[in-house]
Structure formats: structure tokens, C-alpha cells
Design a protein around this ligand. Structure first.
Ligand SMILES: Cc1ncc(COP(=O)(O)O)c(C=O)c1O
Length: 388
């Protein structure tokens, strides 16, 4: 990145941490052999892989290495869990909400075509699942797989985990949480509890490499999943193919980085989020409206709207500042639904919404520059459009 560039899109991806990339380079040179080879060099690579997945399992709350499956990212993890649970007969019904990430919603739509029952629980104004609605659905569909993001990718909302968990346990439902956005950004209340059946996550959201992620789950459940990818039987047959050892080591190191620094990172995000909110309020921007749950949501995500404005056009006028408008932040195809659309927000709010994703290297000075620029650009908007 150039010095004058300001990256405020850390929910879409994070730059790789330099210690992580150095360790990946070392691994690449020292362990180049195919881990499926039986010779000594192959076995060295297997040993390094086993060490990495043991560490990943431990950092994810005490899973053994046999309870960790490496994938290409959270999309593949979510697909493997959802399709694998359906096609193996583990679950016939699935409960989610309409505002989850497409990597949950799309595989659910896919299995529906093969006969799966998919039902949607209600949400509140921040996209948090309504546990009473979930309980009503579970009465009709006990033993479902409840599949949700803990940390909404557009708004940063977090649901009440203890309440939800009591409900899923009461109905003996299985619980899958995609923690791509919340891992390393907040204390996860379920880590180490053994209450969640599957957790999925991604390397590139936690200062690790792209194209690697994982899911963890209880051994007896993992073994039942029908694999997406069949082949040489690697990873207990759940996900065949020669794994990229440097990527796996990168995931391990990134997870160590965000775990060891969690307290200071959370403090940093909270401080900057407070600063950004004050700057926005003080700047007297027309039609300012906060879409995120600023009290209980993830501190590194702040979603706000300038009612009546066109956020995408405004962002085009910021060649050195990088962030997303809600309509773009989940990679929606034109006309696709954003979370705000899904929540029934009026078009004046959803079209005018910005998602700021703070990172460990974000600074108060960058936020000041961003808000000043936003003010300059929005002052040139048509007053009638900006004041709706
Ligand atoms: C909640 C959530 N799940 C899944 C994904 C997809 O992750 P990956 O890019 O690793 O497939 C993302 C990324 O945007 C996300 O925010």
C-alpha cells in the first residue's frame, strides 16, 4: 500500500501480517515435499502439518487435531458442513436467517432442490436472530442444523449466544457458527465450551493468507459428513487433496497472532470506533444514521448511512480511501440483496450506506481524513437528495 492510501475495508480482507508471511516462506523452503509421500521428507511435511492443526485445534478452544479440517476458506467450510450434513442424512432440516452470508444461504438453497427443508427465523433491526422465533421453528423441526454467522459481515451484529445455545440444546439441534468476522475481534463466549458442533473460519480475515480456512467439530460428527471433494483420502477422507502446507502454517500463525493480542486489538477497535462515531456526529453530515448496533456489536465494523445519498458514487470520489458500501460489501451481484435490504430498510438508507472495517493498523488520523473527505464530497450533493 502507498503511504497516502487508507484501507478501511478490513471486513472484506486483512493484509497479511509480516511474521506470518515470513513463517510461510520458511515453511515453503523447508517442507516442500508432498505430505502423502512415505519417504522421510514427506513425513517431515506431515509432522509439520500435524503440529499446525494441533495448534489450530487448541487455539479454537481445545479441539484435537482430528477435529480440525483445513479448507480453502470459510466458503468451502460452510458448504462442506451444510451439504455434508444433508447428504449424509445427519440433518434433514436447516434453520437460518435471511441475513446470513451468501456462503451459508447459497448452499442451503442448493440442498433445498434435493429435498432439504430450510426455514428462516426472524431477526431484529440489526439482523440478530430472534430466539423466540427460533424456538417456534425448532418445535416443528427438532434436530435441525441451526446455521448462523456469529458476527454479521455487513453490520457487525452479535446475537445473545447463551440464550440461543439454551434453545438449541433444549431441542437437541446441531449448531454451526461461522465466526469469520468475529474471530480475533471479540471474546467468543463459546470457545472451549464444547457446545457448538461446527465452527468455520477463514485465514484472510485474521491477518493470514488467502485461500485457506478451516472448520472444527466433534470427531463423531466430522466423520459422518459426506465430503465435497473425494480423492486420496487426506484429512480423514473429509477433504481430499494435497494441502498447501505454507498456507496451513500461515493459518496457524495468524490464529496465534489474533489470539495472543485479542485484548489489545479489541481495545484498539473500541477506541477507534468511538472516535469515528464522534467525528461523524460532529461533522454534521446530512442524513447521518447508524445502522450498526454500536453498543453490542463487533467494534471493528461500523455501518452508517447518509440517507438519500448514493454511497457507491461517493466512494468513487475517494481514490485513496478504500471501504465498502453495503450494496457491494458481500460481493452482491447487481440487484442482489444486501443485509440492509433483507432487513427491510428503505432504499434511502441501504443505497446510502457505508461499512467501515477497522484493522490493527488503522489510526485516528486516517479516520479524520476519511470523515473530512466524506464531508467535502457530501456537501456537493444535491440538497434535496441528501436531506431525505
Ligand atoms: C461471515 C463470512 N463468512 C464467509 C465468508 C467467506 O470467506 P472466504 O473468503 O474465506 O471463503 C466471509 C467473507 O466475506 C464472511 O464475512
Amino acid at each position: 500500500m502507498k503511504e497516502n492510501q487508507i484501507f478501511l475495508d478490513h471486513c472484506s480482507t486483512t493484509p497479511i501480517n509480516t511474521d506470518v508471511s515470513s513463517e510461510m516462506e520458511r515453511t515453503s523452503a523447508a517442507y516442500f515435499a508432498n505430505s502423502s509421500s512415505t519417504h522421510a521428507l514427506g513425513q517431515l511435511a506431515v509432522a509439520r502439518f500435524n503440529k499446525a492443526i494441533a495448534k489450530i485445534g487448541q487455539l479454537m478452544g481445545g479441539y484435537s487435531k482430528r477435529e480440525v479440517v483445513i479448507t480453502s476458506g470459510a466458503t468451502e467450510s460452510n458448504n462442506t458442513i451444510i451439504k455434508g450434513a444433508y447428504f449424509s442424512g445427519m440433518c434433514q432440516s436447516f434453520i437460518t436467517t435471511k441475513v446470513e452470508h451468501p456462503s451459508i444461504l447459497e448452499p442451503l438453497k442448493f440442498i433445498e432442490k434435493f429435498g432439504a427443508k430450510v426455514v428462516y427465523a426472524k431477526t431484529d433491526m440489526f439482523g440478530k436472530i430472534c430466539v423466540e422465533s427460533l424456538a417456534r421453528l425448532l418445535e416443528d423441526h427438532p434436530k435441525s442444523l441451526v446455521t448462523l454467522c456469529y458476527g454479521n459481515s455487513e453490520l457487525g451484529s452479535l446475537f445473545d449466544y447463551p440464550k440461543l445455545s439454551k434453545c438449541t440444546q433444549k431441542y437437541s439441534a446441531l449448531l454451526h457458527l461461522d465466526i469469520s468476522q468475529s474471530l480475533g475481534k471479540t471474546q467468543l463466549p463459546f470457545l472451549g465450551s464444547g457446545e457448538v458442533d461446527f465452527l468455520s473460519f477463514s485465514g484472510h480475515k485474521i491477518y493470514g493468507p488467502k485461500n485457506v480456512g478451516a472448520f472444527v467439530g466433534k470427531c463423531n460428527l466430522l466423520k459422518q459428513l459426506t465430503p465435497l471433494i473425494h480423492g486420496g483420502g487426506q484429512q480423514m477422507g473429509i477433504r481430499a487433496g494435497t494441502f498447501g502446507l505454507p498456507l496451513v502454517v500461515g493459518l496457524e500463525c495468524a490464529l496465534e497472532f489474533v489470539t495472543e493480542n485479542l485484548t489489545s486489538h479489541v481495545r484498539h477497535y473500541q477506541k477507534l470506533s468511538g472516535k469515528l462515531q464522534s467525528l461523524l456526529i460532529a461533522s454534521d453530515l446530512r442524513g447521518l444514521h447508524f445502522n450498526s448496533d454500536v453498543e453490542f456489536g463487533l467494534a471493528h465494523i461500523l455501518n452508517f448511512s447518509l440517507k438519500g445519498a448514493d454511497a457507491t458514487s461517493i466512494l468513487y470520489q475517494f481514490p485513496h480511501i478504500f471501504l465498502s458500501s453495503s450494496s457491494a460489501c458481500m460481493g452482491h451481484k447487481d440487484g442482489g440483496e444486501s443485509v440492509l435490504n433483507g432487513l427491510g430498510s428503505p432504499a434511502t438508507i441501504s443505497k446510502g450506506s457505508f461499512r467501515v472495517g477497522l484493522g490493527v493498523s488503522s489510526t485516528a488520523n486516517q479516520l479524520e481524513l476519511f470523515v473530512n473527505r466524506l464531508k467535502e464530497v457530501s456537501q456537493n450533493l444535491q440538497p434535496e437528495a441528501a436531506s431525505i
